[in-house]
Design a binder for this molecule. Structure first.
Ligand code: LRH
Ligand code: MN
Length: 424
């Protein structure tokens, strides 16, 4: 199921006048309008290949119909999202869930949909059926050198798959840790994990990066061997200049100040990028901006300030990826909402009057500082984001068009009612 440019343009035409009125109203208030629109047009978010079907929890999974049953259908679904919002121009694969059997054909299919391959993800948190050694007690941290070697070889295999698809980064998330006090010697576990990561680092092509993703808990519930930003930063600095710390928004303990973590990682040139999602309690992997949109704004506020302070290219210098799981929403509608939330928040952060903010900070005028931030956060930038989409050939209202064109119904007709197992 693909949505033609013609269908998108015809639909835009019906609502263009209303859009232009709203756009001109908000545009009238903005000084650097052209720069902001160019930044929005250039900003692309990677869609996770593992989030195109219904997820589930240990208590159950309510599968949906018309979901992708193979890598080709996953690429088509991301292509559909990108046709609608022109901001989903990349897909992030998870190996072995998405091994490209014919990389040349896979790359060609992605190019047909205007998609690139973002970071590839390794998986040493599940035992594959033909696997020799179990990861029950960890992978890169494991006390048994044979298990560590198996996990290292897997990561090197994943790099090879990524190279064939012109990906430029490997994301390593480790479930490694312990469930009980006394189960693990923390220092030895760190040293074994570092030694293992050093072997993976040595296999990186010179223009590649490795993203070390941290997580406070789950599936281990006493310690995680990459449990917070400090531990990930320690690995990344000990590994070398191609290693960075990946921030998954759901991987923090309650009330962590994620925007401060982001600011300091950028200061150190060690921020890899993000796995965007939202959460109220744990690693809930909910729709971006659905629970705590102000926190997301404060994070993007630090990102824009930090990237401009270092002259970074907003679109290309960091990894912008979603990592979500869908239990009750249509996966594609959920992803459309997540991309929209990220684009809205980025636009709001671009509206912050940085000069006035610095002036207020330098005189400890905390009231004015808050007023400046909330002026931007309370600006309805949706017409700006829609205008950027319009100028990129996308839909003014992606979600409404997804529904009015009965995309899910058509996918079910094409793929049948069969339900598909996702890796998670
Ligand atoms: C771990 C995680 C990691 C992925 C997995 C699907 O919670 O965030 O990024 O490998 O989800
Ligand atoms: Mn993640």
């Amino acid at each position: 199921m693909q949505l033609s440019e013609q269908v998108i343009q015809e639909n835009n035409h019906k609502i263009l006048a209303a859009h232009k009125r709203k756009f001109e109203t908000v545009a009238a208030e903005i000084t650097e309008l052209k720069q902001i629109l160019n930044k929005l047009v250039a900003f692309q978010i990677a869609i996770p290949s593992w989030a195109l079907g219904t997820g589930g929890t240990r208590f159950g999974r309510f599968s949906g119909a018309g979901e992708p049953g193979n890598l080709e259908e996953k690429i088509e679904d991301v292509g559909l999202l990108h046709a609608l919002n022109k901001a989903s121009g990349a897909i992030s694969l998870h190996i072995p869930w998405d091994i490209p059997k014919d990389p040349t054909a896979t790359k060609a299919l992605a190019e047909k949909h205007g998609l690139k391959f973002d970071a590839v993800n390794s998986n040493t948190f599940q035992d594959q059926k033909d696997q020799k050694y179990s990861y029950k007690f960890g992978s890169l941290q494991h006390v048994d050198k044979k298990v560590r070697k198996q996990a290292i070889d897997h990561n090197i295999e994943v790099i090879k798959h990524g190279v064939e698809l012109d990906s430029k980064a490997l994301t390593v998330w480790l479930a490694d840790g312990s469930c009980f006090p006394g189960q693990l010697n923390f220092r030895n576990a760190f040293e074994r994990t570092l030694e293992s990561l050093q072997e993976i680092y040595a296999a990186l092509p010179s223009d590649w990066k490795v993203f070390v993703e941290y997580k406070a808990f789950e599936p281990n519930f006493y310690s995680m061997s990459v449990g917070d930003w400090g531990q990930s930063y320690l690995y990344a600095t000990k590994l070398g200049p191609q290693a960075y710390t990946l921030v998954d928004l759901g991987h923090h303990l309650p009330n962590a100040n994620i925007e401060q973590i982001v600011s300091l990682l950028m200061m150190e040139n060690k921020l890899a990028g993000f796995h965007f999602n939202d959460s109220k309690y744990g690693d809930d992997d909910l729709t971006v901006g659905s629970i705590n949109p102000y926190q997301l704004f404060l994070i993007f506020n630090e990102l824009v300030e930090g990237m401009d302070a270092k002259g970074m290219n907003h679109a290309n210098d960091l990894g912008w990826m979603i990592d979500a799981s869908h239990n009750v929403k249509d996966p594609l509608e959920d992803l459309l909402q997540s991309v929209e939330a990220i684009m809205i928040t980025y636009a709001q952060a671009l509206l912050v009057d940085r000069k006035k903010l610095v002036e207020a900070q330098l005189v400890n005028d905390t009231v004015t500082s808050q007023e400046i931030l909330q002026q931007a956060f309370r600006t309805d930038v949706r017409p700006l984001v829609a205008e950027a989409r319009l100028r990129s050939g996308g839909a003014l209202q992606p979600l409404a068009l997804f529904r009015s064109e009965k995309v899910r119904e058509n996918l079910i007709k094409e793929r049948g009612k069969k339900t598909v197992a996702t890796g998670l």
